[in-house]
Unconditional design. Structure first.
Length: 156
C-alpha cells in the first residue's frame, strides 16, 4: 500500500492518475491542469486540507472510473462528503466554494479559447455563481464581477 505525506498529496496523485488520459478542450493540455487551477484558487481561500483534497478530486467521481465508494475508502468522511456534493448541486459552504473556483477556471478557459461558446455559457455560469450563496462571499463576489466583465468583453 502506498503512503502519502498528506491527504492533499494523496488526492493530487489520485486525480493525476484518474485524469491521465484526458485533455482540456480547445488546448489539448493535460486535463489535470483544471483540477490544479481549482486547487490553487482554493488554496488562496483556505488552508484546510480536506477542502483542498476535495478540490483535487472534484471531477474524479464524475469523469473517471474512480467511484465514490473508492473515494470514501481512500479519504476521510468529510472529503468524501464534499466530493459527493460536487457531483451534483452543492449545498454546503465548502463544496460551493470549490464550485465557484471551478466555474472561474472554466469561464477563463472558455473565454480565452472559444468566444462564440463563451457568449452562450458565460451567462449560465453567472446564474450558477449567483445561486452559490453559501460559498466564500469574497471569492463568489469576485467571481461574479469577473464573469460580468467577461460577458461585457464578449459583447464589445
Amino acid at each position: 500500500m502506498l503512503h502519502f505525506p498528506t491527504r492533499v498529496s494523496h488526492a493530487e496523485a489520485v486525480a493525476s492518475l484518474a485524469h491521465h488520459n484526458q485533455v482540456r478542450a480547445y488546448t489539448g493540455a493535460p486535463y489535470i491542469e483544471h483540477p490544479r487551477n481549482v486547487v490553487l484558487k482554493v488554496m488562496t481561500i483556505t488552508g484546510d486540507p480536506d477542502i483542498q483534497a476535495a478540490a483535487w478530486l472534484h471531477d474524479v467521481a464524475k469523469d473517471t472510473d474512480i467511484t465514490m465508494e473508492q473515494i470514501e475508502d481512500w479519504f476521510n468522511p468529510r472529503v468524501a462528503r464534499i466530493v459527493r456534493e460536487l457531483t451534483g448541486k452543492p449545498t454546503g459552504a465548502e463544496a460551493q466554494t470549490i464550485r465557484v473556483c471551478e466555474i472561474v477556471d472554466d469561464m477563463e478557459h472558455v473565454a480565452a479559447h472559444d468566444p462564440e461558446y463563451a457568449a452562450v455559457c458565460l451567462p449560465e455560469m453567472l446564474s450558477a455563481l449567483i445561486t452559490l450563496d453559501r460559498a466564500d462571499e469574497y471569492t463568489r463576489d469576485r467571481a461574479i464581477e469577473g464573469c460580468l466583465a467577461l460577458i461585457l468583453e464578449q459583447e464589445l
